[in-house]
Design a binder for this molecule. Structure first.
Ligand SMILES: Nc1ncnc2c1ncn2[C@@H]1O[C@H](COP(=O)(O)OP(=O)(O)OP(=O)(O)O)[C@@H](O)[C@H]1O
Ligand SMILES: [Mg+2]
Length: 456
């Protein structure tokens, strides 16, 4: 079996031990660890194909682990296990490059299904030695859409471009906020200056300060040379503060001063430096709420929110879905050297009806998988259903007409249940708790799976 090297990370030892036994019996090569930090070391030393990680762990959460792993080893595909109903974590995981997420209590059919999909996906990519797909990046993407909500934004961008006022772009993750920021810069008279981006969520407070303000040589240990900050770099251009809702209180005060006075000093410096940038901020938080509960300064909020731009979620501009699907489908086909895909009317209808919690980012991922994985160039609704996630976990149920798959799944479930029972000394209450299901359901499972509870 190709691409069968799994790394499973969870701080619950009982859980990972059960997994290890089951996947090993299924002929996977499995390593487990209860420490996210150790997982990183393992990935640096060994080769893995698939990482399955829990969300909440003491040293590092699952999303940060995925982010790190994607930097170290972009070819590892990852699955995040999240708490039930936590769509926010799921969407963030996808943003960091996770292949997919599954919710607790884990449905083994779903987990196995996803692992198999990843294996197929890797195989197809490998066979065709596809180029790295991320090369369809924002630098050469057009802002697509003719939905009235997008037309309004396009018009807004033209108006904004002629002014110098601060812009605050809001919208869910994956809706295109960064693309809007870029469009504002590119159509403004500052387009010959730089568009300088700072991701406020990925920097610690100390680093953030020296990133923004720069520092003088010797300002602190490690400041071996003078560093130009982003405020200076953005002079005559646009400063894009992404995820502005994440900045600390002390940075909020310092930023406010720079916006008011248009001047600042580098960290450890006395010289006052003047700068002239247009500020564009983005957030997927409700900043007004943050102002109300005191985590975001009201005066700063009014400074950055002179012109608000709201990017609607994809589910509220459904008329653009078909255009986006066609566009990305053709782009990926070109990029990956595959044939063009034709979608049936029903297929498009299914894609249009889907809710798209991860918005356009999710749409791109799914279209890429369709282009890579489908054997046929004509795609129907049934095929599409294999790739999109339904709110309940029935999206892949149409696979159950495949007998060997169904048998494999049952066998898997049986082994899992037996392992879980063994690890909990055949105590029904404890096992049910461990599996995250009701006691009654476990008893029913034992019966239908034909598990004998009479121990010698
Ligand atoms: N109107 C659009 N036309 C074509 N591609 C788009 C459009 N909007 C977004 N995209 C693509 O979708 C992806 C997500 O967009 P972007 O990074 O701008 O989202 P975002 O709102 O900044 O998300 P986040 O809050 O998670 O950072 C990008 O790859 C972008 O190119
Ligand atoms: Mg963004």
């Amino acid at each position: 079996m190709l691409f069968n090297r799994l790394l499973i990370v969870d701080d619950d030892d009982n859980f990972i031990n059960v997994y290890k036994k089951i996947f090993t019996r299924k002929k996977y090569l499995v390593e487990i660890t209860n420490s996210a930090k150790q997982a990183i070391d393992m990935i640096m030393q060994d080769e893995f194909d698939i990482l399955i990680t829990d969300m909440y762990m003491p040293e590092l959460n699952g999303i940060d682990l995925i982010k790190k792993v994607k930097q170290l080893s972009p070819n590892i595909e990852t699955i995040l296990v999240t708490g039930n109903g936590s769509i926010e974590n799921a969407v963030n995981a996808i943003k960091e490059g996770a292949y997919t997420y599954i919710q607790k209590p884990i449905d083994f059919e779903e987990l196995l299904f996803n692992i198999k999909k990843i294996q197929e996906y890797k195989q197809a990519k490998h066979k065709n030695s596809f180029k790295k797909s991320e090369s369809i990046n924002n630098d050469r993407i057009f802002f697509i859409g003719n939905d009235p909500k997008i037309i309004t934004i396009k018009k807004q961008i033209q108006v904004i471009a002629n002014s110098d006022s601060s812009v605050l772009i809001t919208g869910e993750s994956g809706t295109g906020k960064e693309l809007v920021a870029k469009a504002i810069h590119d159509s403004s008279c500052r387009k010959n200056g730089k568009l300088v981006k700072v991701n406020c969520s990925s920097l610690s407070e100390g680093i953030m300060e020296s990133e923004l303000f720069g520092h003088e040589k010797g300002a602190f240990t490690g400041a071996i040379a003078t560093k130009i900050g982003r405020f200076e770099m953005a002079d005559k251009g646009t400063l894009f503060l992404d995820e502005i809702g994440e900045i600390s209180h002390s940075i909020q005060i310092k930023l406010l001063r720079v916006l008011q006075e248009k001047e600042f000093e580098r960290v450890g410096g006395n010289e006052t430096i003047k700068t002239n940038f247009r500020l564009v901020c983005a957030t997927n938080k409700n900043l007004m709420e943050e102002v109300k509960n005191g985590t975001f300064r009201q005066d700063l909020y009014y400074r950055i929110n002179v012109i608000p731009v709201e990017v609607a979620p994809l589910r509220e501009r459904k008329s653009d879905i078909a255009t986006l699907v066609e566009y990305y489908s053709n782009e990926f086909a070109k990029e990956l050297n595959r044939n063009k895909i034709a979608y049936s009317i029903e297929a498009m209808k299914t894609l249009t009806e889907y809710e798209w919690p991860g918005n356009i980012r999710e749409l791109k991922n799914i279209v890429e998988r369709i282009v890579v994985l489908s054997a046929d160039t004509n795609i129907g609704a049934k095929e599409v259903n294999k790739y999109i996630r339904k709110s309940n976990t029935t999206s892949h149920k149409d696979n159950s007409d495949n007998k060997s798959y169904r048998e494999a799944k049952l066998e898997f479930e049986k082994e899992y249940t037996i392992q879980a029972l063994e690890n909990n000394n055949w105590n029904i209450t404890k096992t049910a708790e461990f599996m995250g299901i009701a006691r009654k359901n476990l008893q029913a499972k034992i019966k239908t799976l034909n598990i004998s509870t009479h121990r010698p």
